[in-house]
Write a protein of this length. Structure first.
Length: 184
């Protein structure tokens, strides 16, 4: 493991100087799950929650979270975000949240994607806590990233950068999007 870039020579926190890095396209996708009871999922799907359309509110909250990341994470650079997509998909026993953030810049948007997914999950929690107290947010993680010096990354069982689910490239069962292309 190399030198910790967020510490100076005396071990004090610092924001990394990225001014010498070239501006490149960068994309990151993060996700998590909000575990809900079947009854709560039914109310969510029917649009019958007391606080209204929880999925729509959580989606907007996730977008806002991505935009506000440098205000929440002390050493994050403010970035010119060019796009944010937040998907909330009800599935068996949970809502799967996937957030993809894009920029053209000197540093990546992994923290923005993670913050978007977490903010959407916490908002969904807030929207349903009145009818279910034991909601759990699970498995918040970076699923994929593209761009930058460190190159591409895809978590095992994660998604391709840009939000297409699949297995890591080169592994058995690796999948492309329905068109056969990796999204850009």
């Amino acid at each position: 493991m190399g030198e910790l870039s967020h510490l100076d020579s005396q071990g004090r926190a610092r924001m990394v100087d990225v001014s010498a890095k070239p501006e490149t396209e960068r994309v990151a996708t993060a996700g998590c799950r909000v575990v809900l009871a079947p009854e709560t999922l039914e109310l969510l799907a029917a649009g019958d929650l007391p606080k209204g359309d929880a999925l729509a509110v959580a989606r907007v909250a996730g977008i806002m979270g991505a935009k506000r990341t440098p205000e929440l994470i002390p050493l994050c650079h403010p970035l010119p975000i060019t796009g944010v997509e937040v998907d909330l998909v009800p599935e068996d026993g949970a809502v799967r949240i996937t957030a993809t953030v894009r920029t053209t810049g000197r540093t990546g948007v992994e923290m923005e994607a993670l913050t978007a997914a977490a903010t959407a999950a916490l908002t969904l929690y807030d929207m349903v806590k009145g009818i279910q107290r034991d909601v759990r947010v699970e498995d918040l993680r970076l699923l994929a990233k593209r761009g930058g010096r460190s190159g591409d990354y895809r978590a095992p069982g994660g998604v391709r950068p840009g939000g297409v689910r699949g297995t890591p490239e080169g592994s058995p069962g690796a999948s492309e999007s329905s068109s056969g292309e990796v999204p850009r």
